[in-house]
Design a protein around this ligand. Structure first.
Ligand code: SAH
Length: 359
């Protein structure tokens, strides 16, 4: 088979940081249509028409941190905390296999009640019993934990750096006593350990500028990420950012929006900057446009979706932001809904583990 031709130059000129910033501010519909077309074409040529399904298991909503944006923050007394049992987690993984998903993603607050060895045994059991790729997203655990889980068979790790603007990050993501939060250092450690590495950002955090999101997309490229998650910031009233008690004053004209159009631009530009990355059309995007946010993400650069496998009794409690899409659905409903949406836009469901492509 002849090698696929290189993608045509997407848009005039190199996609340097200044160009990314200009695109983020673009309002001309014809130019935006060119951006969507370029991102979609690059996606098609570099990662194909398959949409990979990652089954999401939200295994615990306990969290030690005090993030200014997230409803799981330790200080939020309004949510009832839960941690799934080993059997419940394994049941979800079996469902993932039955449904033909190639991967499970185990996600939680930063919960040290998730003991290192307990989770290692669960990872081993999932690998032995189902053979699925295992992705972890458990926050800023020490390198030793990450090493043990890798040894147990975990394949991938997701840790968004949220924003590369250090001042903003420090404001919205306080350190734990005695330990400076350095997500870039953890991403490097994950790479060293042989994980496939995922990161990402929220778009439209109060105090976040267009220039800083352009720098984020540049950082995705420098980090050569395997997976990149981008979603809108969604205000949660039970958080300091949501109730405006933490603010970073910036000129209003520099504030980047958290609207869906801005998120599509960030997704499309990320596809052009990182042509081979796996990029989800996120649940947060589907939350702010429940009609066709998912599809539009997939048509503007994304190639992954994350159907929820969390048992219904826990879903509403994993409230990182309010009114999360699909909260009232069962795993089966999520699967049927996403399959329908993928087929309706002429794409196919991915088979296998759907790892990062190289070359
Ligand atoms: N404790 C893990 C998983 C957190 S939930 C960690 O910190 O990595 C996964 C992602 O949800 C976060 O990385 C963040 O980008 C996103 N998130 C949290 N609160 C949000 C909010 N209010 N609006 C939009 N996305 C949010």
């Amino acid at each position: 088979m002849a090698p696929a031709p290189p993608p045509r130059p997407p848009i005039d000129g190199p996609l340097d940081r200044a160009a990314i910033e200009a695109w983020l501010g673009e309002t001309d519909q014809r130019r935006l249509d060119e951006l969507w077309a370029a991102a979609n074409e690059t996606r098609r040529l570099r990662v194909g028409d398959e949409v990979h399904l990652r089954g999401l298991i939200e295994l615990s909503n306990y969290c030690v941190r005090a993030c200014g944006y997230c409803g799981l923050r330790a200080g939020n007394r309004e949510i009832e905390r839960y941690r799934m049992s080993r059997d419940e987690i394994l049941d979800c993984a079996r469902t993932a296999r039955e449904f033909g998903y190639g991967t499970v993603v185990l996600q939680s607050g930063e919960d040290y009640g998730i003991k290192t060895d307990w989770l290692a045994a669960i990872v081993r059991a999932i690998k032995t019993e189902t053979g699925l790729a295992v992705t972890l997203s458990l926050g800023e655990r020490p390198d030793d934990d990450l090493a043990v889980w890798r040894e147990a068979g975990a394949d991938r790790y997701l840790l968004r750096f949220e924003t590369s603007d250090d001042e903003l990050y420090r404001l919205i993501h306080p350190d734990l006593l005695g330990r400076r939060s350095d997500r870039f250092a953890i991403l490097r450690a994950l790479r060293e350990l042989g994980y496939e590495v995922g990161s990402g950002i929220m778009v439209g955090i109060p105090g976040q500028t267009r220039a800083s999101v352009a720098a984020d997309i540049d950082a995705f490229r420098d980090l050569d990420l395997d997976m990149i998650g981008i979603g809108p910031y969604i205000s949660h009233p039970a958080t300091p950012l949501g109730d405006h008690s933490w603010q970073r004053p910036i000129p209003a004209e520099e504030q980047i929006g958290n609207d869906e159009l801005t998120v599509y631009k960030a997704v499309a530009l990320t596809r052009l900057a990182c042509p081979q990355a796996n990029i989800p059309s996120t649940t947060a995007l589907a939350t702010i446009n429940q009609v066709d946010g998912r599809e539009l993400g997939l048509m503007r650069g994304a190639n992954v979706v994350m159907p929820n496998l969390t048992p219904p009794e826990y879903r509403a409690k994993y409230e990182i932001y309010p009114d999360k899409a699909c909260v009232g659905e069962t795993a089966e409903m999520c699967r049927g809904c996403l399959q329908g949406r993928i087929e309706a836009i002429g794409r196919e469901i991915g088979s296998g583990a759907g790892g990062r492509r190289h070359g």
